[in-house]
Design a protein around this ligand. Structure first.
Ligand SMILES: C[S@@+](CC[C@H](N)C(=O)[O-])C[C@H]1O[C@@H](n2cnc3c(N)ncnc32)[C@H](O)[C@@H]1O
Length: 274
């Protein structure tokens, strides 16, 4: 058997073991990036093979925690891709104004920068008081950070630029207090946010939404899992609900392609039409 084939078998066994013993399902994640991350963990754990990692992960839950942190890519930013938020403000907010109550789901919210950005935007548009934002992720550690609403002060310069480019209407520093190298965001922004664990690979829908954001998450899944998640989103959106994806993601070539129209050609903002 070729070395690479053996490596694939070991990876499948590792993922199967994690799924069967702990219930975390990485079996349908895109293989290339998964392999890189698994090998990083093999090395940082002082091991030489993926099978060695399998043994350690199954016998030491702390090792699983470390692997999970390595497997989930949590890179995020406030007002990430500012033009996305600017377009949302211009094109989607007028639609949302027509609803008496607005439910938004941030699936794969990571440490929360995206959901706080949306809370700020909704506040400035006078819609926050009638909105509920559901921020979910598979990773408990990032959710804990998200709940705290505390981000490194060093990032604020970049986030201020993003905020301005995203059509921000105030001085960005009004939203946080600086203390000990951190920016502590106003607790008012959290009032209508519900943070919760949710695994897109195995969990079902839990509400009906006017907007779903799932940005920079689906790129880490294979086709099978992407289709599962698109089905979940389709079933969770109201008719004419909005789906916002990441810059490198698309609804094209999925079973639900025909059910959406692209609201603006330059941004990955779609509207469910059937
Ligand atoms: C790169 S971050 C994206 C954060 C944010 N949406 C953004 O665009 O800035 C990807 C997030 O997806 C989460 N994730 C990965 N697999 C997931 C799954 N099966 N269910 C829910 N979240 C998942 C990761 O934990 C990580 O926080």
């Amino acid at each position: 058997m070729e070395r690479e084939e053996l490596e694939d078998v070991e990876i499948q066994l590792l993922l199967e073991g994690i799924y069967r013993y702990y219930g975390f399902d990485f079996r349908n994640y895109a293989l290339a990036s998964l392999k890189r991350r698994i090998w990083n963990t093999v090395k940082t754990e002082g091991l030489t093979t993926v099978s060695g990692l399998q043994e350690k992960v199954l016998h030491e839950p702390e090792c699983l925690e470390r692997l999970l942190l390595n497997l989930s890519i949590n890179v995020t930013a406030m007002f990430r891709d500012p033009s996305f938020f600017l377009t949302f403000r211009k094109k989607v907010i007028p639609i949302l104004r027509t609803y008496p109550f607005i439910r938004i789901w941030h699936a794969g919210c990571s440490t929360g920068e995206e959901v706080y950005s949306m809370a700020i935007l909704l506040k400035e548009e006078g819609l926050y008081h009638r909105s509920r934002l559901y921020a979910t992720d598979i990773n408990e550690t990032v959710l804990r950070k998200a709940k705290s609403g505390i981000f490194p002060l060093a990032m604020m310069q970049e986030y201020t630029q993003n905020y301005i480019q995203a059509g921000g209407k105030k001085s960005f520093s009004e939203y946080y207090t600086a203390a000990y190298g951190n920016a502590i965001f106003s607790s008012e922004l959290k009032e209508n946010i519900i943070f919760s664990l949710h695994n897109l690979a195995i969990d079902n829908s839990f509400n009906e939404f006017h907007v779903i954001f799932c940005r920079n998450v689906l790129i880490y899944f294979n086709k099978f899992l992407q289709h599962r998640v698109h089905k979940l989103f389709y079933e969770s959106l109201i008719r004419f609900g909005i789906l916002g994806l990441g810059r490198q993601e698309s609804i094209r070539f999925t079973p639900h392609e025909q059910d959406y129209e692209q609201l603006v050609s330059s941004e990955k903002i779609y509207r469910r039409v059937s």
